[in-house]
Design a protein around this ligand. Structure first.
Ligand code: TXA
Ligand code: MG
Length: 360
């Protein structure tokens, strides 16, 4: 069913006027309470929110996105004091992580109490919860006075939206409202950590790095699915092709000159085969490449900028109609660990180390 999508620009005013009084926030919060769909900015990516206690509202999220129903949603709350109504128990590792990283890009998996609508959890006995730090998200959550289930506000399989325009492109006519808060800051989704285990398990790398988690709780295991050891990932959403541009994406490993030569060679080979080719790189290397499109997603020397720019770059290749995209791999540490996780999923494992050849 075609919907009329309303859009409000919501920026923090300099006079310190509370965002909660903003007419856009007020209307959007009322819509959430009525069971409607509202996209809003978080510090990671834009989310598509609905009242987590309404089965009908939550079901319409899956429909709008075209999302498989076995992929559970993250519930967003305004503060940790709302946890009691949702989950039965918060283990001490969970408490430590929450104290350090909320509000912020961390989702914790906890055992729920059955108070959210069943489609949120896709039948699991656990629930992902987070308190976002974006002022617009927080204002909306406070005014809505409901826990808000919100996946990323993209059509299923597409890169997550880091700008309101991305949401509009994917979902206008399918959702009730969009709060435009400008570009998001982190650029990749929240880190998902299962704290129901004796030793916490990383299910999805994200804005909070492994090192930061280790500093807080000591030990953390990385779900084998993340490192692609041939096992099904425990975070249901990680098994789908994701974050993917329309063109075929190849990621080239290695570093320095070797890597750059291989990237250029692969791009040239695809061009000779008659394809429209783009190269995904960073500011430092942009000038060195030759291809129909060379896009930089940030500065290699500042990994946060790469995370922020990655999804927008993948979407730009769609806009220009790139059929073949060659991307440089990054060393998988710090924020680059999350960037590489998303790139590898977008490439569906099409990764060349710098010595390898692509079979034609
Ligand atoms: O940064 C974010 O987390 C964004 C913003 C909007 O908050 N949201 C987001 O949601 O990325 P989504 O639905 O695109 O990704 C949620 C991830 C999926 O991989 C899902 O499988 C996993 O979290 N997840 C949710 N509940 C889970 C559970 N109970 N157990 C394991 N994984 C869960
Ligand atoms: Mg998503």
């Amino acid at each position: 069913m075609q919907k009329q999508t309303q859009c409000w620009r919501v920026k923090e005013s300099k006079e310190g006027k509370s965002l909660r009084d903003h007419p856009g926030i007020q209307k959007a919060a009322a819509m959430i309470r009525e069971g409607r769909l509202v996209a809003f900015p978080t510090e990671t990516v834009y989310g598509l929110g609905a009242d987590a206690t309404s089965g009908e509202a939550v079901t319409s999220i899956f429909q709008a996105k075209g999302r498989p129903s076995d992929n559970p949603l993250i519930v967003h709350i305004a503060g940790a004091d709302q946890l009691d109504e949702l989950v039965s128990e918060v283990p001490s590792t969970g408490k430590q992580l929450i104290r350090r990283f909320w509000p912020g890009p961390l989702t914790v998996i906890l055992r729920h109490r059955g108070t959210v609508a069943p489609p949120v959890t896709a039948g699991l006995d656990t629930l992902g919860v987070r308190v976002p730090s974006h002022p617009v998200a927080l204002a909306l959550l406070r005014e809505a006075q409901r826990p808000v289930a919100a996946p990323s506000a993209n059509r299923s399989g597409k890169p997550s939206p880091t700008q309101a325009e991305h949401v509009w492109y994917d979902l206008s006519g399918r959702i009730d409202a969009l709060l435009d808060g400008g570009p998001t800051g982190v650029g990749v989704e929240s880190t998902v950590v299962d704290v129901t285990r004796e030793v916490p398990v990383l299910l999805r790398p994200g804005g909070v790095t492994l090192d930061m988690i280790r500093e807080t709780v000591g030990e953390i295991r990385v779900d084998p699915g993340i490192r692609r050891e041939g096992r099904a990932p425990r975070s249901p959403g990680m098994k789908y092709r994701h974050y993917a541009p329309r063109g075929e994406l190849w990621v080239v490993g290695g570093s320095g000159k070797d890597q750059m030569q291989k990237v250029q060679a692969l791009a040239d080979q695809a061009r000779r085969e008659g394809r429209k080719v783009g190269i995904l790189t960073t500011d430092e290397h942009r000038e060195a490449y030759r291809a129909e499109w060379v896009f930089s997603c940030g500065r290699r020397s500042e990994p946060e900028t790469v995370a922020r720019g990655l999804y927008g770059c993948l979407r730009r290749f769609d806009e220009v109609g790139a059929e073949w995209i060659v991307a440089e791999a990054f060393p998988p540490t710090g924020v680059f660990f999350s960037v590489m996780n998303r790139l590898m999923k977008a490439a569906e494992g099409q990764v060349l180390s710098s010595g390898e050849e692509r079979k034609a």
